[in-house]
Write a protein that binds this ligand. Structure first.
Ligand code: COA
Length: 176
């Protein structure tokens, strides 16, 4: 019996020097990603990825590259942070070859630790199209609770989609 290899998953802050590799990853998976992420069609060249990475460095929303075995495998961020209410939203994606291996679970639990322990947030949210089964399942696996359905909240490829709104309180965070 061959034991399945455990992938080394790490989060690291992105730099503009990552633009070429990041673009290559998005470009290779654009068919899958564009179904659920509105920025994919506007990402047409490494320069677009460079501009995105510059905006991440200049902005106030923390974002991390998800490195799998030392190569960029996706991204995760906390956006829309409100310091008054101590809340934030998590967004994420994985390249096709990394889906279905629990990699986002590892990334999400690290980002939860950063959000609750380091940034002092009280509440995190994830919003995913109701038909985005994998994203809804990833949120639910992490203990996020479905708090409601936002009708026609997302506009993707010219079509309106209902969105599941998930929330997790700091007190509900699972150990580990
Ligand atoms: C959403 C997305 C990140 C989910 O990726 P994922 O790999 O399914 O996420 P998880 O880390 O939760 O992995 C769960 C899968 O890994 C499997 N798995 C393997 N080892 C595992 C482990 N140790 N722990 C948990 N799950 C494991 C699970 O069985 C499950 O696979 P299955 O659904 O085929 O049964 C990915 O589908 C994606 O990038 N989609 C396109 C972009 C997108 O939709 N972004 C979100 C917009 S809201």
């Amino acid at each position: 019996m061959i034991a399945e290899l455990q992938h080394a998953v790490a989060l690291r802050a992105p730099a503009t020097a990552d633009a070429d590799e990041l673009f290559a990853r998005v470009d290779a998976c654009r068919k899958t990603l564009r179904a659920w992420l509105p920025w994919v069609d506007a990402t047409r060249s490494p320069d677009d990825s460079r501009a995105f990475l510059e905006s991440v460095s200049a902005g106030k929303s923390p974002a991390w590259l998800i490195e799998v075995d030392g190569r960029i495998g996706g991204m995760i961020d906390i956006h829309g942070i409100c310091k008054v209410n101590r809340i934030g939203h998590i967004g994420y994606w994985l390249a096709d070859g990394h889906v279905g291996r629990g990699i986002m679970q590892q990334a999400l639990s690290r980002v939860q630790a950063i959000a609750f322990d380091e940034l002092g947030l009280h509440r995190l949210a994830i919003i995913a199209a109701r038909e985005n089964r994998r994203s809804c399942a990833a949120a639910e696996r992490q203990g996020f609770k479905l708090e409601g359905v936002l009708r026609e909240h997302l506009l993707l490829d010219g079509r309106r989609w209902d969105a599941c709104h998930y929330g997790l309180l700091a007190s509900e965070r699972r150990a580990g």
